[in-house]
Design a protein around this ligand. Structure first.
Ligand code: GLU
Length: 305
């Protein structure tokens, strides 16, 4: 398997030249666009990897399934579903163009910025510092890595320049979807996006989702099957931004990408995959990352459809 992964990394590395690293967060623009890594945890728990899989990068939107999961664990699926819908929007993750009638919970989903920001309010905790600390704790537990932490420079860079997210949050507030102070909610959201991980961390997290909340390595049930289904279904329909349909067709399993260049792939009942390659396509998905997952899915026959 390691030979296959090495071949995939070698074959797909050049796709980076078809994309660009994210520029709208200054600290993301300084990343080396030619990094490529993949990490796979297979059905019997074996670990395989190739390329720059131990390089760290910020989770960015890959944290959204974790925000959704913690909101579900803390507030239950009825409250989550009432606040944020599950339909694909067909719009970019930070779109503004909702018509006057359209900014209702039903028109957003947990994998776009408005949905994830709104769901931060359903995480338990008296302060947003406490809510974030609980989210970080969950990320560490799912990844089996107590060292996970925030990249301060990316967090500060997002906080300083995140005016689009401020505007989206004030829209949520204007339409009555959130009550709490925008800056406090966003502080939790920006820190969440800035959690540093590597491909192995993403593969471990994905593997727990693949096993419906159970960590197959320890046997621990971290969350319920019901919540795993909720998150995995949302990943399948909305996890790859407005490229989710093409990804379902070409790759064929639930996944979540982030503008840091990471993607986690969840193959239900089978495996967890983490890939990293920072150059992005026009949707915000890692170009080489998607290509690596496509090749791997074809060779291993992983499409669930
Ligand atoms: N922190 C980023 C933002 O909110 C996350 C975007 C992403 O990865 O899609 O703009």
């Amino acid at each position: 398997m390691n030979t296959l992964l090495e071949q995939i990394v070698t074959d797909c590395g050049h796709y980076a030249s078809q994309g660009q690293v994210a520029h709208y967060i200054p600290q993301l623009a300084v990343v080396n666009p030619n990094k490529v890594g993949i990490y796979v945890i297979s059905e019997n728990g074996e670990n395989f990897h190739a390329g720059d899989c131990f390089d760290t990068f910020t989770m960015q939107s890959v944290v959204k399934p974790l925000i959704l999961l913690l909101a579900l664990m803390d507030s239950g699926s009825e409250k989550v579903r009432a606040l944020v819908g599950v339909e694909a929007t067909g719009k970019p993750f930070d779109a503004f163009n909702y018509s006057d009638q359209a900014l209702t919970g039903a028109n957003i989903n947990p994998m776009i910025n408005t949905g994830a920001i709104a769901l931060c309010t359903l995480i338990e905790g008296d302060t947003y510092d406490i809510k974030f600390a609980r989210l970080l704790e969950l990320a560490r537990k799912l990844a089996g890595n107590d060292e996970l932490d925030v990249d301060e420079s990316v967090y500060l860079s997002e906080k300083e320049t995140g005016n689009k997210n401020r505007a989206l949050s004030y829209m949520l507030k204007a339409y009555g979807l959130i009550d709490d102070p925008v800056e406090e909610i966003l502080d939790c959201y920006f820190k969440a996006c800035s959690i540093l991980v590597n491909c192995k961390d993403l593969a471990q997290i994905a593997n727990v989702f693949a096993h419906h909340g159970r960590n197959p390595a320890t046997g621990e049930e971290i969350f319920s099957k019901e919540f795993a289904r909720y998150v995995n279904a949302t990943l399948a329909t909305c996890g790859m931004y407005d490229g989710s349909g093409g990804f379902a067709l070409n790759v064929g399993f639930p996944a979540k990408s982030g503008v840091g260049g990471g993607i986690m792939g969840v193959i239900p009942n089978r495996m967890g995959i983490g890939v990293f390659a920072p150059a992005l396509d026009k949707h915000g998905n890692s170009v080489a990352g998607v290509e690596m997952l496509k090749r791997f899915s074809q060779v291993m026959d992983l499409s669930i459809y």
